[in-house]
Design a protein around this ligand. Structure first.
Ligand code: MLT
Length: 234
């Protein structure tokens, strides 16, 4: 049986060899939810950057620059990190350079994996279907917040473990813990997360609708994958 493991924070990546694994990077609030929304709405590619200045420089190459620091749009960038900035025809055909406080850092730390795909509740089923067909063991990398564990990424990991429980076995206790947490929260994730640190942060920024949207399951049928440094659809 193939295995599934969960790295609850990018700071723990040194414990997980990834060279032979499919890594699912997740930052529910909101980086990977924005990425999935953008691809569902026809973006051509998203190039993730850990470094803000390198991302900004991509403007000179004709890229749209996007992302946030501490949840706020960066001065001089074209777009922030709300999924509602990536809907309808706002992004069709665009090449986007993207940097965020945690999500793109988690992608950076996952480089060296056999393959990297992007997960969110919005494309949960697409991720699960892909993993079922893949030959590799799986590691879910939760972006967390500045190295600390968060609830929303752990819930996504738990949802994925739960969906795949008959096909992929847990590789240690983190997937089991995530699955238990998801089963407690699954019927009211918005309510469950109301006490979480990032939801409180987002509420200060008045973006409660972003949070609700990012917790919608299976809104889109897309699977962004990292190839040659950029995310594209498979
Ligand atoms: C991140 O990557 O840290 C998040 O997406 C932050 C946010 O909600 O803007």
């Amino acid at each position: 049986m193939k295995t599934i493991d969960v790295c609850l924070s990018p700071e723990l990546m040194h414990l997980y060899p990834v060279y032979d694994k499919t890594v699912v990077v997740v930052d529910i609030l909101r980086a990977t939810s924005c990425m999935v929304t953008a691809f569902a709405n026809g973006v051509e590619s998203i190039t993730p950057f850990a470094n803000l200045e390198e991302c900004l420089k991509m403007k000179l190459k004709g890229y749209v620059t996007a992302g946030e620091r501490d949840g706020k749009k960066v001065d001089g960038f074209d777009k922030g990190n709300s999924p509602f900035e990536y809907t309808d025809d706002q992004v069709r055909g665009l090449k986007v350079a993207f940097t965020t406080t945690n999500g793109t850092q988690a992608i950076e730390k996952s480089r060296g994996a056999k393959e990297i795909i992007i997960g969110s509740f919005l494309n949960l089923n697409s991720v699960a279907k892909y993993l079922l067909l893949s030959d590799h063991n799986v590691l879910v990398v939760c972006a967390g917040w500045k190295g600390k564990v968060n609830l929303e990424d752990t819930l996504f990991a738990g949802a994925l473990v739960d969906k795949l429980k008959d096909y992929l076995g847990p590789d240690c206790d983190a997937p089991l813990a995530a699955q238990h947490l998801y089963n407690i929260a699954r019927h009211d994730m918005v309510g469950f997360l109301s006490a979480s640190s990032h939801v409180k942060r987002l509420n200060k920024l008045n973006i409660h609708d972003d949070m609700k949207f990012c917790l919608t399951i299976d809104q889109f049928n897309v699977l962004p994958r990292l190839k040659n440094g950029e995310l594209r659809l498979r």
